[in-house]
Design a protein around this ligand. Sequence first.
Ligand code: GLA
Length: 376
Amino acid sequence: MDISKFKSNVVIESPGRINLIGEHIDYNGGRVLPAAIDKKITFKFRKNHSNTCEVFSKNFKSSFKIDLNQLKRSEVEWQNFVLGVLYHIDSLKPNSLKGFDCIIESNLPLGSGISSSAALECGIAKGINALFNLKLTDLQIIKLSRDAEHTFVGTKCGIMDQFAVVMGKKNHLILLDCESLDYKLIEANFKPYMLVLLNTNVSHNLASSEYNVRRDECQTALEAIQTKHPKYQNLTEVPVKIIKDFKGVLPQKIYNRALYVSQEDKRTLKAVSKLKENKLIDFGSLLYKSHDGLQNLYEVSCKELDFLVKSTRGLDYVLGARMMGGGFGGCTLNLVHQNKVDEFVERISTAYEEKFNIQLTSILTTIADGTKKVNE
Ligand code: GLA
């Protein structure tokens, strides 16, 4: 397609997300605290009055064609996010999809734990919804985008990323109950501290396979606990005290996973009350505790992430740090005093490069609105 002559009918911006606390909790039915950010993917859509589509990625400098009569998986990973969304829209609203062209441009780093995948899925879904007036609700868009990831990409993700990407509100965190999908907006006031993301720039290929393994391990723990306590439907509902009764009963690894999940879910609620009381030191120490659990009990961290978090300990201008997202690479989230951000980034970057010979990138984020239609 000649992109210089592209005249769009609909333009969509779809953000990445951060998660303050409540990691690996969404698919365990608990509480999480994500937000949409100001880094995003922009989509330009136009109708092409045919039965095929063409999608061009400016970042990959490549395009691919889609036959709407044959929506099936591709060998190329990023294409599956698009194809999966179209497939699930077609299942929900049969015969409503028509030909379109789309240009995608992203300033979200890939594989960094800030959910470029949900941004892509939800942006495509919202764009198609607007282009063909399909009247899909936000919740339908969130769920079908999640389903696309399960069926076409193969990661059995929870619902947090898609929910945050679509429902994000400027300057607010979303306290989301992943079982009921009830949510509350919490003012994101960290002043005089700022959220700084440090990108390890590594993405270990364990991420997707180990993610699905963690889901299975949690299911194993839950089923064992249910034999004695059938009333619990989700692992996050089981009190820490009851989990501890299973020490030596469950295999150690499964026990550790369950203990982490129950503790982290409670930490999310504690973190929200500390934030409301403006007790940022306590809030920060919960971030460190979350990282400890992810590193030692849930085992989804990696040496690069652990190094970054450890390097912040003892810096009096950093209140907390932890790995963020699925793990095995990507970013750490750091709560840093606004006057010390440059010094912080410089210091940690130097240490990281010395240790791993990899360059660190920092991302200063602000909390922004979710996926929306914009004027060109
Ligand atoms: C990935 C998944 C989410 C969530 C996080 C971990 O981002 O897509 O559903 O499970 O990992 O909290």
